[in-house]
Design a protein around this ligand. Structure first.
Ligand SMILES: [Zn+2]
Length: 744
């Protein structure tokens, strides 16, 4: 483990190197150090990676912009193919999606049950679009949809349908003629390969993609003859069967794609961020294109940071393989208009997040009535954005994240654990995720997600601290890996039911991490009926106060959480539980038991590691309430476990998300301005610009800076280097800014 306490005081002289590559920018070294206030200790950036050999990259790894006009049955008689191809080409798209489908054929398919669209009239619409795109130098993804089919197919193959418990067929709820196909049936073994081989025989496509399968963010529930023999949906055993079938089909489809040419491949619809359906560790080893079908905010995930959340999930498992995040230009959300533009500020922020998260841009609209859409307002938003981004590909394409905090992504917990017995709900873990995420954004931490199946020492060694926000399901092996991480000097913050279940969702008698966290379970989960519990400050007048209590004064207690696990007493607790009580009537709203020895937080130090455990679901309770005390307690605890060390420090006003990357030219620090009344509800309508943000980072020894520039503002900025610490100030952030550092 890298010992981050060991800093070399290099004594390097200030290096006000300020050469600009663009003579239009006259750069001068910053005259005065920016007002910095209490700056955390900066951890040096790691030694730079060896230069990338671009010859070793696959064609898709060089893709930066993807365009899709999703094709409707009506498009063959209304879409202007030349205008379509010209739009995406002039916008700078490297690739376009063209529909083959599977629900409706967009070419004269001879595959049985591949119904021709009723406006196709024998025309080769797919072939014409493919030719138009290829003529302009754009690659073509053959887009299929294996999730639905028509009554004639059902009559011939009743075994293809997904079934309800009573045996009845599952139909599409909007077009009830369409039935839902089962992924375990021969529909996937026979019908889908037949279409792929037919397309391979007729066209020069670059790869194949299936929309609509696998499902996003949840697991299928089917009671057909095959599925009835599987473990019930939603169980660990079902998830294993689902993954085995998924990756078996994935490999088969990929082999069919490669029958045509070796650099072709297959990929599928993905997304769902931390609650994705397929096992993301296996997926990361399989997929060469991660399709982030995460097109806009949803009722389930209402926060503005949905695209960066998806990007962090991709980065946890892809090891540099290609990923794109889709931005719907159309109106996503609870009420939809799939052929009408959304607020430009919202679409633009989603694209900002895609780039800030290190993914390729992907812009998407549905239907081309009247040539290329009755509503064409989306087009300028997309082409302006694509063209701006194209100028800065080198700075916008990351080599690796320089984050030094790892948040464990408990995918099993996200998919299979329903919450504690006192608060079971479909959204329980999503609320936990958003509470942790918002805490890290507000604290301006540089963090990555770390998949639960990737806790090996090589991956964890870059992290100063590992966070376990209610990672309920952990195997014995995973618990050992986390212990090893602490043994090697890493710090931890964990909460609530973390490690109380094994990988099969079997409850443990005590925490799997009991020894490491210094805790022992004293009873079952206690929920809230009325007034939630408080955390009593055991020594409110102590000086100095414990660092996790910094800034709390004039109170003997702090809010607890909605749910907690009672713990056995520990020595010298900082906070103890005041159990919840009646909130109405107010006559009874007082604590019958005002003081207990039940800990409300447990802190440990072992070697250079610091460990903090909260017995309550504190991250989720912060998300539900927005209580500033909960944020400050979490933030203070993060500062304590990391000994106030940061890899990047950004100081200034406002609510921002910060992501920082090592790039081929140098480094890129991305700031997303979420200071907006619509940060966690509905769409952004306007932008509220922020004032100065001062960035500090400590360069690896020997690295010199040539220039610093702002990619959105389109200007170079002064910078200053002292003792290998680079400092510069971004004077203003509209919705997004990227500080691009070019090193010498
Ligand atoms: Zn089935």
């Amino acid at each position: 483990m890298l010992n981050r306490r060991t800093f070399l005081k290099t004594g390097a002289a200030a290096l006000p190197l300020a050469a600009s590559l663009d003579p239009a920018f006259a750069l001068t070294p910053e005259k005065n150090a920016p007002a910095s206030g209490p700056v955390p200790t900066l951890t040096p950036l790691p030694a730079r990676l060896a230069p990338e050999d671009s010859a070793s990259l696959s064609w898709q790894q060089k893709v930066r912009r993807v365009g899709q006009s999703n094709m409707t049955e009506h498009d063959p008689v209304v879409m202007n193919i030349e205008e379509w191809a010209d739009y995406w080409h002039s916008a700078g798209a490297n690739v376009v999606f063209v529909s083959v489908t599977g629900i409706l054929a967009f070419y004269p398919s001879k595959v049985k049950f591949h119904r021709h669209g009723k406006f196709l009239n024998g025309r080769d619409f797919f072939g014409e679009c493919t030719t138009a795109a290829k003529k302009r130098g754009m690659r073509v993804v053959a887009r299929m949809s294996p999730d639905l089919n028509w009554p004639d197919a059902l009559e011939a193959h009743p075994e293809w349908a997904m079934r309800y418990k009573d045996g009845s067929v599952q139909h599409n709820t909007e077009e009830p003629l369409l039935f839902r196909t089962c992924m375990f049936s021969t529909y996937m073994d026979d019908y889908v390969p037949a279409i792929m081989r037919e397309v391979n025989s007729l066209y020069e496509v670059d790869c194949f993609y299936t929309n609509g399968w696998p499902p996003l963010g949840s697991l299928p529930e089917c009671y057909c003859a095959i599925c009835s023999k599987l473990a019930p949906s939603g169980t660990p055993a079902y998830w294993r069967a689902f993954n085995d079938r998924l990756f078996e089909l994935w490999a088969r489809y990929d082999a069919i794609a490669k029958e045509k040419k070796p650099d072709s491949f297959y990929f599928a619809n993905l997304g769902g961020n931390v609650h994705a359906g397929p096992n993301l560790d296996r997926l990361g080893k399989t997929a060469v294109w991660f399709q982030g079908d995460n097109q806009g905010r949803t009722y389930d995930d209402p926060a503005i940071w949905g695209a960066t959340l998806q990007a962090r999930v991709c980065n946890a498992v892809l090891d540099g393989k290609f990923a794109a995040n889709i931005t719907a230009a159309y109106s996503t959300g609870v009420v939809r208009w799939r052929n009408g533009s959304k607020n430009p500020a919202e679409a633009q922020m989603w694209m900002n997040e895609t780039l800030a998260g290190g993914l390729a841009l992907y812009y998407h609209f549905i239907g081309s009535e009247d040539g290329l859409g009755e509503d064409r307002r989306w087009q300028k938003v997309g082409s302006d954005y694509f063209q701006w981004a194209a100028k800065h590909d080198a700075h916008l394409k990351p080599r690796r994240s320089i984050a030094d905090i790892g948040v464990v992504m408990g995918q099993s917990t996200q998919l299979l654990y329903k919450g504690p017995s006192t608060a079971q709900a479909r959204f329980y873990m999503r609320e936990t995720t958003h509470g942790m995420y918002e805490t890290l954004l507000r604290g301006r931490y540089a963090f990555d997600y770390v998949h639960e199946d990737r806790l090996d020492p090589e991956r964890l060694s870059k992290y100063r601290a590992l966070l376990l926000p209610n990672i309920a399901m952990l195997s014995d092996r995973q618990c050992r890996q986390i212990s090893d991480y602490v043994q090697s000097g890493g710090s931890l913050m964990a909460s609530f039911e973390t490690s109380l279940y094994d990988e099969n969702l079997q409850p443990r008698y005590d925490f799997g991490l009991a020894d490491l966290l210094g805790i022992s379970k004293a009873g079952d989960v206690v929920g809230t009926n009325g007034n939630a519990y408080y955390a009593r400050i055991e020594h409110p007048n102590a000086t100095p106060q414990h660092p996790i209590l910094d800034g709390f004064s004039d109170t003997n207690w702090l809010p607890g959480s909605q749910n907690r696990i009672p713990l056995k007493p520990v020595a010298d607790p900082i906070l103890t539980v005041v159990p919840g009580f009646v909130q109405y009537p107010p006559e009874l709203a007082y604590p019958p038991t005002s003081h207990t020895d039940e800990p409300a937080v447990v802190l440990r130090e072992t070697g250079s590691s610091r460990i903090a455990y909260f017995p309550g679901d504190i991250e989720r309770t912060f998300w539900l309430t927005g209580h500033g005390d909960l944020f400050h307690l979490l933030h203070n605890t993060l500062r304590w476990i990391t000994r106030d060390e940061r890899i990047v420090h950004v100081q200034g006003e406002g609510f921002i998300e910060m992501l920082a990357w090592e790039t081929t030219p140098g480094y890129a620090v991305h700031l997303l301005n979420y200071t907006n009344p619509n940060a966690d509800h509905c769409w952004m309508q306007s932008i509220y610009p922020l004032g100065p943000q001062t960035v500090s980072m400590k360069l690896p020894s020997g690295v010199k800076v040539n220039s610093a520039s702002l990619l959105r503002a389109g200007q170079a900025i002064p910078f200053r280097i002292e003792d290998q610490t680079l400092r510069f100030t971004i004077p203003r952030v509209e919705d997004y800014e990227v500080a691009a550092i070019t090193i010498g």
